[in-house]
Design a protein. Structure first.
Length: 419
């Protein structure tokens, strides 16, 4: 009787092992069959870009990709120099930073570099997928994944947010122990967390930690400038079916890339990408609803090389992205002053104030001024002082596209519909 119970327990345990192995195999990607992992870090850093040098200087969205490209470049000269300087080769990496800051994008491109170094297998998973309700199941699944690594089939493990698993600490210890037992080039973990504090001291000792913070104002400006350049394909009228690409620039009226960068404080790269998609949708709508003819606007895009999007449309897109993410407008964002103290809407200047008058306690924020502009554009009452201030400080500027028309200060529908 005891033998029978022992056999049944053994069969049950074997079934669990088989289930864990099947789960791991479902996560397995054979890199020689996966075209999407053919890209490497040069696609992010711009080092593989052969076009305009000015654009090349703005290709790198985040400097982490450049650092990793230096670490994993396999040219003979790079390998020799690293050996000469005593640069240790990394056999795993820790990525940390907020969502939308390029961690996964960088990791997927790095898989391309590792593929060129001989890694043939990839498993990508999130921490919760290892099982939330059973520690035994979670451990068995992790062991099943690790068994996929061998000298004949080197494995990359791309693992997100293992800290969200209640057994994450035990799973990290298991992974680290396995990594330390392997010969170099057999197993390469890329571990991703939003908070770098989730990594133990032992993990940080064995694997370099690379931080991905939110993009700075300068990085946001560079990203926006880069994505104002668009490449499209049109049919050449000369020969049926013949197509060739042409590029053009989205021109901005009433707002500059520097101002967009200032007004997107707190945005990550995913939000910036969404913002640029909204701006392109506005541009598409302008072209489609062109009063003269759609064909005329189409030809103007092709031959003129740029088309204009109004500043209030861009600000509306920024607000929409913030609302979609549940973010409030940037606290303390104030309009820039040309000189001297910050202007105050609705109050007298220092020279005009009667002696002893109290200092104003309320200043209009950028969002409040934009709301007043929007209200006026929709036919509501016009706050002349707010409109004049917005025109003087934010709209009337000279840039490469010339002076912006004063009518934009009122954001009138008539202006938007004109040629």
């Amino acid at each position: 009787m005891a033998d029978r119970a022992e056999n049944e327990a053994g069969q049950a345990a074997e079934g669990v092992r088989d289930a864990a192995g099947q789960w791991a195999e479902q996560k397995l990607i054979l890199l020689e069959e996966a075209d999407r992992y053919g890209r490497d870090l040069s696609a992010l850093t711009g080092s593989g870009y052969k076009g305009n040098l000015e654009r090349l200087g703005r290709m790198d969205h985040y400097g982490q990709a450049k650092l990793l490209e230096m670490m994993f470049e396999q040219s003979e000269r790079r390998v020799d120099m690293s050996a000469l300087l005593g640069v240790e080769e990394a056999y795993g990496l820790l990525f940390a930073g907020p969502s939308g800051c390029g961690k996964m994008t960088t990791a997927e491109h790095l898989v391309g570099n590792l593929k060129n170094m001989g890694y043939t297998r990839l498993v990508t998973a999130s921490g919760v997928r290892f099982g939330l309700h059973s520690g035994k199941k979670a451990v068995k699944r992790m062991k099943a994944v690790l068994r996929l690594a061998s000298e004949e089939h080197p494995l990359i493990l791309l693992l997100e947010q293992l800290s969200e698993n209640p057994y994450g600490g035990e799973l990290y210890d298991l992974l680290l122990e396995f990594a330390e037992e392997q010969e170099p080039g057999v197993f390469f973990p890329i571990l991703i967390e939003r908070d770098g504090g989730m990594f133990s001291a032992a993990l940080k000792r064995d694997f370099p930690l690379i931080s991905f913070p939110l993009p700075s104002r300068e990085e946001r400006k560079n990203y926006i400038r880069l994505h104002l350049n668009v490449e499209v394909v049109y049919e050449d009228g000369g020969e049926a079916g013949e197509e060739e690409p042409f590029s053009y620039q989205i021109a901005l009226e009433g707002i500059t890339p520097e101002e967009i960068a200032a007004e997107t404080e707190g945005f990550d790269y995913a939000q910036l990408k969404r913002l640029m998609e909204w701006i392109k949708l506005y541009l598409s709508d302008i072209v489609v609803r062109d009063q003269v003819s759609e064909q005329y606007a189409y030809e103007r895009l092709r031959d003129g090389g740029y088309y204009k999007v109004k500043g209030h449309m861009v600000r509306q897109a920024i607000a929409m992205v913030r609302e979609a993410e549940g973010q409030s407008p940037v606290a303390g964002l104030a309009l820039p002053a040309a000189a001297g103290p910050e202007p105050v809407i609705g109050s007298l200047s220092q020279r005009e104030k009667p002696a002893g008058s109290p200092e104003p306690s309320v200043r209009l924020t950028l969002s409040e001024i934009e709301q007043k502009v929007k209200t006026a554009a929709e036919g509501g009452p016009k706050d002349a002082r707010a409109l004049a201030f917005r025109y003087r400080e934010r709209v009337y500027q000279t840039d490469e596209f010339g002076n912006v028309d004063e009518r934009l200060a009122n954001a009138s529908d008539e202006y938007d519909e004109e040629e």
